[in-house]
Design a protein around this ligand. Sequence first.
Ligand code: T3D
Length: 263
Amino acid sequence: AYETILYEQDGGVLTITLNRPDKLNAVTDTMLHELRDAFKQAKRDESVRAVILTGAGRGFCAGQDLASVKERDPSAGGFSYGEHLRHTYNPLILQMRELPKPIIAAVNGVAAGAGMSLALACDLRLAADTASFLQAFIKIGLVPDSGSTWFLQRLVGPTRAMELMLRGTRISAQEALDYGILNRVVPADSLMDEARALAAELAAAPTKAIGYIKRLADFAATHTLAETLEYEADMQELAGRTADHAEGLQAFLEKRAPTFQGR
Ligand code: T3D
């Protein structure tokens, strides 16, 4: 069992809940370790076909736990900031992007600093109407990390991204929706029902193809059209060999609903 997160599976849907509600789920080293373990487990376990990432209590995640930073004294063998990122957040963010299954952020409250980065690293984002977002880093003289500089400008464009990063302005869920950060804003009390319904839909979808789509989307973001067309052909080659494609094709020809197994 984990100390700082909850790991709960229902059918094909795994829900990972950041669970330090008194501190708005601020991220400690234990939480980073447990999140990496949880995503490793989610990858390994074939019965997991969609993941929800959410927070307990009134916050989604307040970013790095600032109370524990002081304990990381480099002169006493602790990590410096750069080393810390390289050993903890960076591999976690890559693990999320490389997970060949969809991750839905159910943003239940404030998402600040690396907490916002965690939401941005998910594939789809739903938020409660009471949620908010801030690139808090600048407020304490740091730079956006955990992928925020990469994700944010792709989602909102460079103009808005730069202002959010330079000012650390707190924006509402509605503003985040208007900016293109969110897929949907829903009333706070229906957030988890909405997230579970979406996750259940994705968990019943052709999981392998979803994994290939994630790879393609991230590839396309940094490659030329010609390179991307080539990579699409590679991924289609793989998708075309899956049992779920055979089932999808067969079901279409037989005019019935397909049953995808995630293989
Ligand atoms: O190498 C590295 O690790 C570098 C990595 C950096 C990554 C980062 O994420 S840097 C950015 C870190 N995060 C922040 O700077 C955000 C700090 N928090 C806030 O600005 C505010 O708490 C919020 C705007 C997020 C929410 O404000 P509000 O008024 O709703 O709540 P609050 O009263 O400030 O917080 C409630 C409690 O959570 C409070 O504890 P208390 O006094 O009741 O015992 C507060 O101290 C605690 N808390 C909130 N954020 C953090 C935190 N404790 C530790 N670390 C936090 N980040």
